[in-house]
Design a protein around this ligand. Structure first.
Ligand code: ADP
Ligand code: MG
Length: 544
């Protein structure tokens, strides 16, 4: 279709709002345009977190010379014409707002060519002036955006550091790369190639973005009912993360955020995944466009379903079916405590441990490397364990598992500042639920009679200092207090890089790690170990 300016009655129906908030929003809009143009390869580059410049190049259909200036006009789009079209859009864009919004706050250059043209077009838009001329260009489109918010200093000040903005760009690219595995993506930040994802299957794409180890622990989801089709990948219950950061949902190919979808995803994991852990997921929801209103959010990050319940129900059903082979703990056990209590049912068998996952056979400690890593022999090869991450995971799970207080040789009285005392008093329950036996002792003092068994032997005052720090930290919405405390304390009490360990100590840690629920990942989501398998070793010796 040609680019045309929408008639006012159509334009007025478009959810208004700020489209461009930060460099990552520019990247999002340009990637969406590339996908809408049928690109099979997209390259994203940014300098200084996009504050200096951003460039997105695609091999899509390009824009014909005579239409290039129109692309920058407000409400000019090739994707819809009428109000009725709004109900059936299949493209990611449809408002004709992105390019003009970007050009209003930055210097924009577009280089483009269609297959029908022998010569490409260059458009430069700066401070409201547009110049267009011929230029050499491959088929496709390359948009460069420089000096974002150069004319809006207040908004520029509102941005985070280049590092943080770069991180948001990376998140944005990952989101589309995960959702569109058939499209090649490259991401270059400050001249460094941080992502090269060739076209592949969803699983191959997950392996590129999340690593082999994680991809091996993903299960396919495929479920259909009437008009609803749900497919994607979810993690086995043997794998979990400490946050929802690894959950991606797409509705008809459009990335969406939704707490309710997360709930629908997580319900089937109840009793299968330890509390405080969240599944990883890439879930596509396909349904007729008429059942989804995509026009409710200025950045198109949220959608409204006309049949909400059936969508959530469908997601739960689809995930439940994918997890069918994984036994679930009996219902009725206290949600926060299971499965760590003594009387709880035995750990459900970790069904079909993937090869290389290490649950088969005991790992034998061999040596310590750089006073940082434990080398162990396993059935599948050489296991390299990050001693701190591993210990942290073990301690975290034990702490999380519920109170097992270890009495101190003699009660200890600790005094705090008035402010700290106030915080402690307010959140005493969280500490007690982890196994601290602690009570106010007059003034700003507290008496401690026991600490959680996993932390026994640690200096008591230091543990409380860490707890106080965590209690007063104003956190960006993340996680429950008890979980955060458990994470911080586990991190503080775990062996550090640089600590020498005897073979016996290493063996004890390996045994505990193999018992852990999520042995492959520390509470912060970093891997705790990997296997150097036979294949890899043989490849290195050129035997394969
Ligand atoms: P929208 O995507 O909502 O239509 P945009 O402002 O993002 O609005 O883009 C305006 C028009 O410019 C699009 O409708 C499309 O025709 C054209 N266009 C933008 N980017 C590209 C691209 N990368 N390849 C081909 N055409 C593009
Ligand atoms: Mg667009």
């Amino acid at each position: 279709m040609e680019i045309q300016v929408l008639r006012p009655e159509v334009a007025s129906r478009i959810a208004a709002g700020e489209v461009i908030e930060r460099p990552a929003s520019v990247v999002k809009e340009l990637i969406e345009n590339a996908l809408d143009a049928g690109a099979t390869a997209i390259r994203i580059e940014a300098q200084e977190g996009g504050l200096a410049w951003i460039r997105v190049a695609d091999n899509g259909v390009g824009i014909p010379r005579d239409q290039v200036p129109l692309a920058l006009a407000r409400f000019a789009t090739s994707k819809i014409r009428t109000v009725e079209d709004l109900a059936t859009v299949r493209t990611l864009g449809f408002r004709g707002e992105a390019l003009p919004s970007i050009a209003a706050v930055a210097r924009v250059e577009i280089l483009t060519r269609t297959a029908a043209e022998t010569e490409g077009t260059r458009l430069v838009a700066e401070e409201g002036r547009i110049t267009v001329g011929p230029a050499a260009s491959p088929v496709g489109t390359m948009v460069t955006v420089r000096d974002l918010f150069y004319n809006a200093p207040a908004r520029r000040r509102f941005l985070k550091s280049p590092l943080r903005e770069a991180e948001r760009i990376r998140e944005t690219v990952y989101r589309y790369a995960l959702g569109y595995p058939g499209v090649a993506f490259r991401l270059i930040l400050d001249g460094r190639e941080v992502l090269v994802a060739p076209p592949g299957t969803p699983l191959e794409r997950a392996a590129v973005l999340w690593g082999r180890e994680v991809a091996d622990a993903l299960l396919p989801v495929a479920w259909e009912a009437a008009d609803l089709r749900i497919h994607g990948l979810v993690s086995r219950p043997t794998l979990g993360r400490a946050s929802r950061a690894f959950q991606y949902f797409y509705v008809n190919g459009r990335p969406v955020r939704s707490g309710l979808l997360a709930v629908a995803l997580e319900r089937p994991y109840t009793g299968r995944l330890p509390p405080g852990r969240y599944p990883l997921a890439v879930v596509h929801i396909g349904l007729p466009p008429a059942f989804v209103d995509v026009n409710v959010h200025p950045q198109k990050a949220e959608v409204r379903f006309s049949q909400e319940r059936s969508v959530y129900w469908g997601v739960s059903r689809a995930v439940e079916a994918a997890l069918a082979d994984f036994p679930r703990a009996e219902a009725g056990t206290a949600a926060g405590r299971w499965p760590f209590e003594a009387e709880a049912p035995p750990l459900p068998a970790l069904a079909e441990p993937s090869p290389g996952y290490g649950h088969s056979g005991r790992w034998r400690a061999l040596a310590q490397l750089f006073q940082c890593y434990i080398l162990a022999q396993g059935e599948d090869g050489l296991i390299v364990v990050d001693q701190h991450a591993a210990h942290e995971q073990v301690l975290f799970e034990r702490l999380w598992g519920g109170p097992s207080p270890a009495p101190l040789p003699s009660p200890t009285v600790l005094s705090f500042t008035a402010r700290e005392a106030e915080r402690l008093e307010a959140d005493l329950e969280a500490l007690q639920s982890l196994g601290f036996d602690v009570e106010p002792f007059g003034g700003n003092a507290f008496i401690v009679r026991a600490v959680p068994a996993p932390l026994a032997g640690q200096p008591v005052k230091a543990l409380f200092d860490i707890a106080c720090e965590e209690l007063s930290a104003v956190r960006r919405g993340g996680g429950e207090l008890r979980e955060r405390l458990a994470m911080r304390l586990a991190c503080a009490a775990a062996v550090k890089a640089g600590d020498g360990l005897s073979v016996e100590e290493m063996q004890a840690l390996l045994d505990a790690l193999q018992e852990a629920w999520s042995p492959a990942i520390c509470p912060h989501g970093r891997p705790a170990w990997f296997v150097l398998g036979r294949e890899e070793i043989e490849r290195r010796f050129l035997r394969r």
